[in-house]
Write a protein that binds this ligand. Structure first.
Ligand SMILES: Nc1nc2c(c(=O)[nH]1)N[C@H]1C(S)=C(S)[C@@H](COP(=O)(O)OP(=O)(O)OC[C@H]3O[C@@H](n4cnc5c(=O)[nH]c(N)nc54)[C@H](O)[C@@H]3O)O[C@H]1N2
Ligand SMILES: Nc1nc2c(c(=O)[nH]1)N[C@H]1C(S)=C(S)[C@@H](COP(=O)(O)OP(=O)(O)OC[C@H]3O[C@@H](n4cnc5c(=O)[nH]c(N)nc54)[C@H](O)[C@@H]3O)O[C@H]1N2
Ligand code: SF4
Ligand SMILES: [Mo]
Length: 723
């Protein structure tokens, strides 16, 4: 016999993957405290056994020697471990002092993407914010989906009334600026996306993709239309204009609820396909045919994601995507855009939102739901004067790599009076922190998706118990947040008392106790209870989406606003873009891309995801490469107003002429980073090129797409010239 454990010693554990929005079910085999295999859970009613390569890297995350296991303090000679009680006290003291001395606006918080994948953070950040009383809050929302929330808030009255494509029933899927075959879907939780896309065509449906790059998703489509980055609002306006003039009165079942259609028709009248085709690059005939096909389909849904969110007209795009679904009678209808109803409904858990109630101090950009656009973070620290932010807390975020003009942010972070990071790693952002508090890893805490069931194309419920106990003395994110909150209260005694009572209750409940309560008050309270959810290792199917908008509308008048004033007013800016001069002749525009074996900026430290050739290269069309005497694999220098990088080029006709593309999340060669695998494949950060001054002026969302750049060959200098 070998020393191999017998199968009897092997335990099988089922849980949902929390790495991306697809929430796939996993089957993880463990023996002797070590992970032996990670596979898709075939019994998961939603993901049906699907997984992607990232899931297997959960083992690498768990075992990663670079992952922090104890709090770290920055010293003159690098980071050194500190005991938990000391670190928590020190962090709270420093924050309280700065708040006391300079006021609330001196304290800023940035919350990154993994918070929405972590129920402890979602449920326990509010009491932390309440005690911290930071005058400035930012998050990854404003380099991502902010325009979706704005459109939902202004049209339907709640930031989380986010329509998702009814993928499993639609007959026509029109995709703008999304690459779900790589991203696995976003604001569209749909595990096993390839099969679901294939099924559309197998049942006689059609898929059209609008994107400046021929993507992995276009391979699943009937048609791909190249579009100039940042011009989608014009194209969408033209589509809606055609529908309103040539296929009017199609509002369907919602007709009695919709306001503003006449106003909409008047405002969009100038946007004929002929008027916009020069700017969009999409021929007028293609737009007319697309509108006819969309209207002619039994059911149809337009879906727009990152590419049409992080651009100068992100707000208009997401509004017009909703409008297109609405005016063709496809909103809140089977096969169209629908509103999931999960067992824990965020509509009752979260505020409706709120817009432009205050502005950022330097550029005057609007808040949304209490948060300022993160494109203003660096200037709020560097040029805020007496009003400047002097302390920052980052929670699961890496804004140096993920927000525009990372170099400027580097400079701002280096000048802070104090910075605290709650994070797993010493990375490009947290290296600036005075203290880093590391939470437990993803397999060391239990989990229930509060956010992604809300965005899912099917209603399901799935609870995942922890696989491993927390390491010695380790704290979960939610525990760190509560411990800090307890040390931060500085408010009047009544507030302090209330805060203390709330925390006592929350600590006793933990996220699991809260879940029990939330399910009891949720929409399935009569058919589904906590015990059932806890004892269903593969999750519970609650059925397909049902029309529900009528009873869930949260606008003050309970009606749907097709033409909110904010969007109509912003059309002036769109009209001006039609008249704008073209850029300089040698200028290209930059977009970014995702890759199957990455997750934003933080999953480049896992050996099994980093195998093979380096992937951080600039994709460029052959004509553009030829003009610049660039050969495949040669180095190019890319410059923008914000900065420059040197990267290898990949020549490909997948790019639209005039457009170049870099993956986001690379750039791991900054000093002081401790990511030993990532540092070997550092790549360059696309956000050293993106420009914090380019924003969607309506929503404040960063315009990461369509950045003007120049590209030139970076030839090694010939010897003679060096001499
Ligand atoms: N140019 C360009 N920029 C982009 C994008 C783009 O497409 N192009 N995409 C944007 C999008 S969509 C997003 S969402 C943002 C992401 O922006 P961020 O959220 O700022 O960046 P992430 O790379 O997700 O960084 C996550 C951080 O959380 C830490 N972490 C991971 N898990 C946990 C956990 O459970 N708890 C704690 N406390 N920390 C954890 C990681 O170590 C890492 O530091 O980037 C945006 N930036
Ligand atoms: N493997 C992997 N999966 C991920 C992530 C990851 O980093 N890696 N990140 C996760 C996160 S946080 C998110 S938010 C989602 C994002 O999910 P998606 O939105 O599906 O992902 P992207 O790949 O950013 O797709 C954006 C698409 O828009 C296109 N595009 C760029 N500019 C424009 C434009 O101006 N107009 C149009 N029409 N298209 C444009 C790009 O070419 C790209 O194909 O993915 C999630 N899933
Ligand atoms: S697609 Fe997303 S949820 Fe599914 S296994 Fe991959 S990372 Fe995890
Ligand atoms: Mo995102």
């Amino acid at each position: 016999m070998t020393g191999e454990p017998t199968p009897a010693e092997e335990k099988v554990h089922y849980r949902a993957c929390s790495l991306c929005e697809a929430i796939c079910g996993l089957e993880i085999r463990v023996a002797g405290g070590a992970i032996r295999s990670i596979r898709g859970d075939k019994a998961d009613p939603f993901s049906r056994g699907h997984i992607c390569p990232k899931a297997v890297a959960l083992k690498d995350i768990h075992d990663d020697p670079d992952r922090l296991r104890q709090p770290m303090r920055r010293t003159a000679s690098g980071f050194a471990p500190v005991p938990w009680p000391e670190a928590l006290d020190e962090a709270a003291d420093a924050l309280r002092k700065i708040r006391g001395r300079y006021g609330r606006k001196a304290v800023a918080v940035y919350a990154g993407n993994p918070n929405v994948h972590n129920w402890g953070s979602i449920l326990f950040a509010p009491p932390f914010y309440r005690s911290l009383r930071a005058g400035r809050r930012y998050s990854a929302t404003s380099v991502d989906q902010l325009p979706h929330h704005l459109a939902a808030y202004l049209m339907f009255g709640h930031q989380f009334l986010l329509p998702v494509p009814d993928l499993d029933r639609t007959d026509f899927l029109l995709i703008f600026g999304a690459n779900p075959v790589v991203s696995n879907g976003s604001i569209m939780t749909a595990p096993d996306i390839k099969k679901r896309l294939k099924a559309i065509r197998e049942r006689g449906g059609r898929i059209v993709v609008v994107d400046p790059r021929r993507t992995e998703t276009t391979g699943f489509a009937d048609e791909h239309l190249f579009v100039r980055p940042g011009s989608d609002a014009l194209l969408l306006a033209a589509l809606v204009q055609i529908v309103l003039t040539e296929h009017p009165d199609r509002l369907g079942g919602l007709a009695d609820l919709v306001d503003g259609v006449d106003e909409l028709a008047a405002a969009l009248a100038p946007y004929t396909p002929e008027a916009v085709s020069g700017a969009t690059g999409v021929p007028a005939e293609s737009v007319r045919r697309l509108a006819d096909d969309f209207c002619g389909a039994k059911s149809a849904v337009a879906y727009g994601r990152m590419g049409v969110s992080v651009q100068a007209f992100g707000g208009l795009c997401q509004w017009l995507v909703n409008v297109l679904n609405l005016v063709t009678g496809n909103m809140d209808r089977a096969g169209g855009a629908m509103f999931p109803r999960p067992a824990v409904d965020l509509l009752s858990l979260s505020s409706r939102g709120g817009f432009a109630r205050f502005k950022s101090s330097v550029r005057g950009l609007p808040e949304f739901a209490g948060e300022l656009p993160v494109a203003t973070l660096a200037e709020d620290m560097l040029t805020g004067g007496d009003d400047a932010a002097r302390a920052l807390v980052t929670i699961a975020g890496n804004p140096v790599l993920s927000t525009p003009n990372g170099r400027k942010l580097d400079e701002a972070l280096a000048g802070l009076d104090f910075m605290l990071s709650i994070d797993l790693y010493i990375n490009e952002t947290t290296r600036h922190a005075d203290l880093i508090l590391p939470p437990t890893g993803p397999l060391e805490h239990d989990h229930y998706d509060i956010v992604f069931h809300q965005l899912a194309i099917r209603n399901t419920a799935r609870y995942s118990p922890a696989l491993f106990p927390p390491g010695d003395g380790a704290l979960h994110d939610w525990e760190i947040l509560l411990e800090l909150a307890a040390r931060l209260d500085g408010s009047p005694w009544l507030e302090r008392l209330k805060g203390r009572a709330l925390r006592w209750y929350l600590r006793r409940q933990g996220p699991t106790g809260l879940l029990e309560r939330l399910l009891r008050n949720g929409p399935y309270a009569h058919t589904l209870d906590f015990r059932q959810v806890m004892s269903a290792p593969h999750g519970i199917d609650l059925g397909g989406l049902e029309p529900s908008l009528r009873e869930r509308l949260k606008t003050p008048d309970r009606r749907i606003a097709a033409a909110p004033k904010q969007f109509i007013d912003d059309l002036d800016r769109l009209a001006a873009s039609l008249r704008a001069e073209p850029g300089a002749r040698d200028e290209l525009v930059l977009i970014s891309r995702r890759q199957p074996r990455s997750n934003n900026s933080w999953m480049h430290n896992y050996p099994r995801l980093m195998k093979g050739a380096d992937r951080c290269c600039l994709q460029i069309h052959p004509d553009d490469a030829r003009q610049r005497v660039l050969t495949d694999g040669a180095l190019a220098r890319v410059r923008s107003r914000a900065g420059e990088v040197v990267v290898p080029v990949e020549i490909t006709d997948a790019m639209m002429p005039g457009v170049v593309c870099l993956p986001h999340g690379f750039g791991h060669d900054r000093d002081g980073v401790r990511l030993r695998v990532a540092e070997k494949h550092p790549g360059a950060s696309v956000n050293d090129l993106t420009d914090e001054l380019r924003v969607d002026l309506l929503s404040g969302n960063a315009a990461l797409s369509g950045v003007p750049v120049t590209v030139e060959s970076e030839q090694p200098q010939p010897r003679a010239q060096l001499a």
